[in-house]
Design a protein around this ligand. Sequence first.
Ligand code: 0RA
Length: 652
Amino acid sequence: MSEEQITPNNGAYSADSIQVLEGLEAVRKRPAMYIGDISIKGLHHLVYEIVDNSIDEALAGYCDHIEVTINEDNSVTVQDNGRGIPVDYHEKEKKSAMEVAMTVLHAGGKFDKGSYKVSGGLHGVGMSCVNALSSHMITQVSRDGKIYQQEYEIGKPLYNVKEVGVSDHTGTRQQFWPDKSIFIETVYDYKILASRMRELAYLNAGLRITLTDLRVVNEDGSFKSDFFHSEEGLREFVRFIESSREHLINDVIYLNTEKQGVPVEIAIMYNTGFSENIHSYVNNINTIEGGTHLAGFRRALTRTLKKYAEDSKMLEKVKVDIAGDDFREGLTAVISIKVAEPQFEGQTKTKLGNSEVMGAVDQAVGEVLTNYLEEHPKEAKMIVDKVILAATARHAARKAREMVQRKSPMSGGGLPGKLADCSDKDPIKCELFLVEGDSAGGTAKQGRNRAFQAILPLRGKILNVEKAMYHKALESDEIRNIYTALGVTIGTEEDSKEANIEKLRYHKIIIMTDADVDGSHIDTLIMTFFFRYMPQIIQNGYLYIATPPLYLCKKGRIEEYCWTDAQRQKFIETYGGGSESAIHTQRYKGLGEMNAQQLWETTMDPEHRMLKQINIDNAAEADYVFSMLMGEDVGPRREFIEENATYANIDT
Ligand code: 0RA
């Protein structure tokens, strides 16, 4: 590939110490190559790498409990009850196997764990990589009645492996302190870890995972903690994702088998909605770009349903043609497979390339689905009826889409009348603000830098795409305006719903709404639209939310914008001696209360503004959250909003 590729030593434990240092030095020089990035994402990735090793031990059948603890100082401890990393001394290597595992890049893969050694995590570099990126790390192994320990600084051992005590159990305990000189952010986010641990529990039925945060004490004196455990695995996972949707049929169609040496586990549900939600995993990694396993799944689904529908003569009266997409409307599925040597391709290395997997998944799904349809004629009819409905709707959508296409910039139809475009044409430099309301839109038009900032005012709440059929969404003026302003085309000749974002005219799309509950509702509606219809925009990091200030605080000639109550309080303390009288604070309830200059200074000027980038850490959870937020059920929605409200302090 490139000269940056690190080649592991072929013979096990044959690395001499110089090579070892070179290996870990490379990790510290180019950390992003090994863990993705050095932001909050990479920081959390360190935990996943360590947990992956314990999961391997669980897959091998020797471990059933993993405890992850965020310590007060933002170090993290991962403890498992497996056999413990081997500690035997290697004559040739002149060091303990444990030291090799912790200090040699890729050493993790050299332990022979048989055919189910499938791990590696996304970047597959294991414990030594985490060690190299930690200012300090302590490894403790309980084995053979003893506790063995070694400590490291930036990956270098501080002493030889030594005995530090006795133990009546086995297991591995890893504690690491992410290096502050490497990571931009070193404070762990409980929610991000919790969401991954929940996912891992569903993906590995039977495994128990405890997550504890020693930085947060509950009212009863205990620490913040969650326990994740799923006896039924993907069956429960798909029910969790679907819990806010109306089911078309109540069954989960489930299979857990092995074909051509590939373990395949799949759970499928049908809902009455219109989107296709397939979440696929390879070795516990979410393959958001899909690949051969997804292709095999789709092929089997289409073939099997088509054959059933034809054999049962249900298609005889159907006038329209049926396309691949029609078979997947309202389908939610989780696919999890294990591959010994996965080939990850694509932009984000989350697309499976192994060709042998396609047939394995195809065969497994074909068999199980055929049986299900034969044994459940009532449910089978409901599924096929839904497919026919989808095909009919798609034909209506084609007309709606042609309307949009005709109006798109490429076909000369011109841009939406409401759009105030920028003069620059280079998408990388250009920004589009989606602004709540015509009045704020007007202010933004005056305040912007017209060279690279375009403004599209939106009329209040855009359509909730979670509840609308595709062709209805395309009939909405606001949604059509967004498509045309962005310059993307929708679908291909095969009537796919996928948007083609190659022609995207802006690489920053910024949602700008009032800092109140209505505003955050509009944020959610727009994010839902992008998540369902143009997920690539989010995946590429193009979607942002602007953060207008809540207050303008004044004392004489001193003026300061404040984004939180704490900042306002601090201003009062600093300039008013703690007293609010003397001080003038102006509460901005909406964008409209700022003049063009203020809006520019606080919210639009790249030099001073703060943008929140929208990214999907966990697509399956996002799928659930969006369907829940936009669904019928008030209870879970209120709970979620109360827990996550940013604007709870604002009168509404
Ligand atoms: C290789 C062999 C054996 C255990 C492990 C690796 C192991 C590694 C890690 C990393 C984190 N937790 C772990 N638990 C186990 C088994 C050696 C034996 O007892 O035969």
